[in-house]
Design a protein around this ligand. Sequence first.
Ligand code: SAH
Length: 345
Amino acid sequence: MDIVSRFLKERTLSEEEFVLLLQQSGDAAVRETLRREALALCRNYYGNQVYIRGLIEFTNYCKNNCYYCGIRRDNPHVRRYRLSTEEILSCCREGYGLGYRTFVLQGGEDPYFTDERMTELIRQIREEYPDCAITLSIGEREKDSYRKFREAGADRYLLRHETADAAHYRSLHPEGMNFSHRIQCLYDLKELGYQVGAGFMVGSPGQKLEHMAKDLLFLQKLQPEMVGIGPFIPHHDTRYAKEQAGSVEMTLFLLSVIRILLPKVLLPATTALGTMDPVGREKGLLAGANVIMPNLSPEKNRKDYSLYDNKICTGEEAAQSIASLRKRVESVGCQVVTDRGDAVR
Ligand code: SAH
């Protein structure tokens, strides 16, 4: 049996076999076969519903120095900002009015937001919006801190593993950042009862098919509720300024593979995908994705949360443009719903 049929039948493969499968990502017929299967699975579990999340990028201060990231600590050209509690709550208020029932608080690893400050912030949002999900995406912390956030009312946590290969991880991050700690964080979060999101960049510098095969097996082992993947896109102030961006095609292929591997997973069509291709997110929805995360950050700060060059953040990407978002989603036969959008069990 060929590798594609085997994958469709077994829903998993060995590392070597995943490499063989990924080698066929350029084959239009293979892509279409996997895409159809992924779409059918997505329809089976989620119908044609697309969940939306209001993304609040509440600080771009970061103590880390990830080589690929535009807001890394040592980039002196970033205009740093952090939102006040009042500003964050006002983003939530606006988002709620627009139909968002999940707020994603994302930021750099900003020491200003101590456990106490984070906990207080989560409590306030939880109290005002008991019917909404609160998602955190603020990097690595100790288990005890994650526990406090959970007790304060956080439901979900996004922490991309970035790569499941320790040597590749080392090449993308400076000394002091530690692959095993990041992986440990994901298991801690699971244990604490968070809905967990892992994920990786597609086409990050030095990434080989072997690494992506490992990523897939890691995801299968972790069994996260969410998986965020998007193409790597260079940022002009990083050492990777001249590197090639990851491809839309490979990202779409992987979205389909991940949907087949983890049929019930929540899978966003990411901003990075929409940055690389004006209809990238629509293509993502047709390849098995079922989540979109529009930007709810205050207009004045959006340009400063620049993880990579040309990141879309105004116009149609703004959470405020819900009407045109609905149209885009409907153009591919799906429907935006006002719902917390938890993963099906
Ligand atoms: N500090 C948080 C949030 C990081 S930003 C954390 O550590 O989890 C969210 C994601 O953006 C990262 O996990 C990374 O996968 C992605 N990202 C960063 N730089 C990028 C780039 N140049 N191209 C594409 N994605 C990038």
